[in-house]
Design a binder for this molecule. Sequence first.
Ligand SMILES: *Cc1c(COP(=O)(O)O)cnc(C)c1O
Length: 363
Amino acid sequence: MRDYNFSAGPAVLPLPVLERAQAEMLCLPGAGASVLEISHRGKPFMAILESAKQNLKELLGIPDGYQTLFLQGGSRLQFSMVPMNLLRGQTGPADYLLTGAWGKAAYAEAVKEGEVRVPWDGKQFSYDRTPADSDYSIGSDSAYVYFTSNETIEGVQFHEEPAAGGAPLICDASSDFLHRPLDISRYGMIYACAQKNAGPAGVTIVIIRDDLVERGAKSLPGYLNYKNHVDGDSMYNTPPTFAIYLVDLIAQWLLKDIGGLDAMYKTNQEKAKMLYDVIDGSNGFYQGHAQRECRSVMNVTFRLPNEELEKKFNAEASQQRLTSLKGHRSVGGFRASIYNAMPREGVVALRDFMQDFAKQNQA
Ligand SMILES: *Cc1c(COP(=O)(O)O)cnc(C)c1O
């Protein structure tokens, strides 16, 4: 029996996707072998890659003039590839908006490459919020403006793109990619490792505008230059074929079963509201980490009055097969990751449990 798995990542995948992968595991239709066993240059896999690109294009309305890449090295490698390609050789510095742990980690890599400014840092607020556009300004010399759309650890999310002056906007969307429709034309580049909201570990999706592809210096190591991946159509080296196959199945699931990203977003907002309503209505028994306007639709972070109660909460939740709820060690408490693939019933079960637990343990 499957738990309701609230893991932050690798995370829950849609059951119909797992079932289809299982059914096709031994023999991919038309391929005569498993997807795990075929050449990335043969027709069956080329069709999968094309399908994944097309389905992402359709889901997000990716305009012409952008390239979709499937890379390895996780989002961590993007922390380095972004400044290597987009900052090196530029006259002005890069601007990093810091709203949590992942943004800080990206910043730590960028400063190795060149000059970086921090127009806004949420540190004084314990990273419980995102800035308003009026809270910072971007110099006209900015090489790019970088932000993390959803800080997975703190549960803090931008619900709209931040202002970037005229500079290209670069986004780490690792934990909320495909959770709502986006206007991709507002971005210079957006990327996401798949294992939170878009697939399994092993592949990172990069959507990058053509002019930025050209910024990478020829002296960069081959794998680290976006241009090589664009020229090689994500086959500069052997791509993570099985992970790309699963990303394609998830894109198909979003298009056909869910009905697109508008419908997905509506469901995601409803799921998040169920949990935040319990937190808000608990007379302070549950304390959310993030400020209301900035709280995440994907990662709901909260604490209980003391650690004893938190231990009890965790033990009783596990008994009810509500698992992987523990918060990141840096924030403590709990984090319910309710990505696209978390079924509504899972959130209902957690909501009911939280309500009962508060009733029984509130002083
Ligand atoms: C998980 C995560 C990362 C790190 O991803 P890896 O694939 O482990 O490198 C980066 N940014 C955000 C927002 C994340 O949630």
